[in-house]
Every structure is written in structure tokens, then in C-alpha cells.
Design a protein around this ligand. Sequence first.
Ligand code: NAD
Length: 503
Amino acid sequence: MNAAEMTAESAPELLPVRNPITGETLAELPIMTPDEVRAAAERARAAQPEWEALGVKGRVKVLRRFSELMWTGRDRISEIIRSETGKAVGSAWSEVAVLDNMIHYYSLKAPKVLRPQKRKVTVPFAQRAKVIYKPYGVAGFLTPWNYPLQNGLVDAIAALFAGNAVLLKPSEIAPLSVIAAVDLMRQAGIPQNVAQVLTGDGRTGAAMIDVVDYISLTGSTATGRKVALRAAERMIPYSLELGGKDPAVVLEDADLDVAASWCLVGAFENAGQVCVSTERLYVVDEVYEPFIAKLQEWAQKMTVSAENGFHVHMGSLTNTRELARAEAHLADALQRGAKVIAGGERRPDLGPLFFEPTVLVDVTPDMAIMQEETFGPMLPILRVKDADEAIRQANDSPYGLSACIFTKNIRRGEKLAEGVESGDVTINHPMFVFGTPDLPMGGWKDSGIGRRNGPEGLLRFVKPHAILSDNMLLTGPSLTQTDEKTRGFYTLERRLRKVLPWV
Ligand code: NAD
């Protein structure tokens, strides 16, 4: 059944949300039909002008209140995130912190970025020009389950700062964190129809693309292509934050303890179910042996557990699908000659979807584990001759989301970073671009289109509206654009630019 075939009569279909560790059913939520989605969009469209009329400073006040409520309730929210994903509490806590930090950033930045901008005119004294920014109206958000709160809201909050109403279609696997957060938004004073949650699966999501003025997806590259096609048919703007196969590079001058421990964080944060997780590691020959020894030493210190405590480094996977894919990549690699040097086994004693953080050596670039997004706890390592070979291999991928280089020589790292084909590169600290809201984040190649965060992440949710006024100092009645006066003026201006280049 596709979105168009879903009718109100078939609506009572329910979506069970389960705890991946205990199997407990946490909620059963309706799969919203296209009619319900359309009705929600109409309510949003009617409510949006009042939200826009608050002005950016008014919206900042409300969104700040929301972040205060979220921060005060962070333990409860972390628990909701954990219950629907099975992740470690540290990962859940970081979701709240990342959003809180991003709201703080836009509270300071949005009034500056969104205020009318004066622009340079071609005819000085006679004209003035400005750009004002208008929200699109109703923006829709299709979001994944891996960081259900953070990825569920990070883009929508920017759209709210910009004055849009938002429709949120969280993942069918983990929708409860967004529902809880939207309750807090209401308490903070965001009008009910300005932020609405639409529960459902891909069909509900597809129906949403048909009724919004802007569509944002954080999800897989396969879904991204479908969303882009439908958005193109409707001629609405879109942004796509998609999958990745992020490389990390350890150079001969790296701090090996920093590199080894942070490669483990990069690979095994949220059991590897991170768009920007380290999925391929290139280590230069000169330090390969000592680095591997350090990595094994640090891997032994990792705690994998279902317990609720900040001492836990890795929790459960969230879906059988991810477990199956990770195991298939592992089996393929082992069959083709790779060797496991840490982990490698399921941990049914901890829960049905636990798998050990697994490090592999003797992999080859053509293996599935080095080519396709694994989205699970696997870290394959390839030995390379030098930095040049590392960067060449890192760039040999259809994806281009993030990358990390480990070196003590920051200047050299930054120079090499310029040659890496990805939306961002970090030196010595994988994944931290997301924790730095002034930096735009997004993918090159199959990893996406558009940017979140930074001024770019706000400006994507507004329509630039250019206004030019002519005081008629030089403009009289005319039937042509290029009358004698205009031609004379332009020729003079052009000559003037030889001596006054800024004119
Ligand atoms: P997914 O593509 O299966 O689903 C994402 C969202 O899209 C869900 O809400 C889903 O219901 C909806 N959807 C699915 N099909 C749809 C359709 N045809 N039309 C409209 N909506 C549809 O992704 P997922 O499994 O939830 O998440 C994992 C993927 O997300 C991974 O590939 C990961 O790399 C990527 N991801 C990317 C980022 C990023 O910032 N680049 C962040 C997190 C996850």
C-alpha cells in the first residue's frame, strides 16, 4: 500500500514501539493517514502567521524557555531515549546537550542572521536595496531513530527560529523522545499547531512531502533519493542529511593514546549507529604496530552493558536489521581473509541485540565492510604507506559526510583536511562538528544536500525577498532600459571603477 492508497478507513493500523533490550511494548501509536497529514498541515498553515509575527526575538524567548525545560528534565528525557533505542546513557545525555547548545547558539545568532540585510546598489544615491527573509510556511521533518531526540529536532528547531510551523514525522522505531519534547515545547509556549508530531512510517512520511512547503530528511541515502524526486515534482525546496562511510586517518606523528581511544569512541558511540561514525580506519605503516597495540589496550577498557550509568561506553543496537547487516559485513570480511583483534561476538547475556565492539585488521578496500555503510559496531583497519595514500583511500567512496585525522601537527592536519572529500573534517576529535553549532554540517556526494547548523542551517528555512527602491533622481519617464542617460551613467561608472574599484 502506498501513501495514496492509505485511506481513513484503513487508519486504525497501529505502530508498536518496543524497548530493544527488554522487548516491552512502550506504546502503540497510530499510523497517520494522508487525510490526517493534510489536516495537520492545514492547521499548521493557519497557525504559522502568528508565530512569524512574534518576530525573531519573541521566538528566541520561547525557544530558550523550551531548552530550559528540556535541560531541567534531561534525566527523564534521557530515560525515554534509552528505552526506545537501548543506547548507553552517555549517548542519550549528549542528545539533550547538543540540542541545548544549538538553541543557545541560534538564540544569539538568529536575530543577526535573519534581520534585513542592506545590499550594494548599481546606482548609488538614487537607489537602495535590501533583502528580507521570509519563512517558507510549513516545514516537514522526516527523522531517524539513532538519535531520536537530537536528529528528531535539530533541523526543526532552526526552522522554528526562522518563523516556520513544523510537522515532525519521527522514525516509526523511536518516536517517543520527539513526542515528549513537543510536550515541553507546548509548556514553553509554542502554540499547539505550530509544532505537531505525525506518527507513522514511510507512508505517513511520503504523505507529508505532498503537503509541506519545505521538506527535510535525516535518513538513509535510499530514502533521500525518493524524497528528492517527490520534492522536485512538487518544486519545493529540500535538504537531505544522509548516510556515510566516514574514514579516520592515523598519521605517524599522532598521539597514539588519543588516536586509539578516540577511534573507539568514533566507531562505537551508540554501537556504531551514527551517521558520522568512524567506519574505516587508515593507519600509516610507520606507527601501525604500536597503534594496534594501543587500540587493543583501550578496547579492553570498554564497558558494554544494559546498565544505566555513565561508566557504560556502549549499549545495545536498536534493530535486528542493523545487527544482521553488521554480522553480514563481518562474515564477508572474515571469509575473505580479515582477522578480528577485538570483539567479534554477540552478547545475548546482555540483551538480544548486543554485539561486542569489533575491530578488524587485514581488510582490503574492496570488502563490503570498507565500502557500504555498516551502521553497527565494526571498525575495519587498513595499513597504508603514508598520508597521501591514506587520503586517496579515504576519498575513494561514494559517501562524503565527515572524516577525522589524528596528528600532533595541527597545521599539517588542516592542510591535509582541505584535500578530503567530505562535508567536514575534524583533527583529533571525531564527530565534534555536531557539537559545534556555528559550523555547517552536511554531506558531499551520496551523503546529502544542504547544511544544518551555522548561518547556512538557518537561511535554508527562509525565502530571500529582495526589495530595490529608486528615488527617481536619475530615473525619468522612459520606454527603454538603456536610454542615453543610463548608457552614459553606466559607461561613466565603469571608468570610475578603474580608480575607485569599490564603486
Ligand atoms: P530511513 O531512511 O529508513 O528513515 C528516515 C525517516 O524517513 C523515517 O522517519 C522514515 O519513516 C521516513 N521514510 C522512510 N521512507 C520514506 C519515504 N519513502 N518517504 C518519506 N519518508 C520516508 O533511515 P533510518 O533507518 O531511520 O536511519 C538510518 C540512516 O539515517 C542511516 O543511513 C544514517 O546514516 C542516516 N542518518 C544520517 C544522519 C545525518 O545527519 N547525515 C543522521 C542520522 C542518521
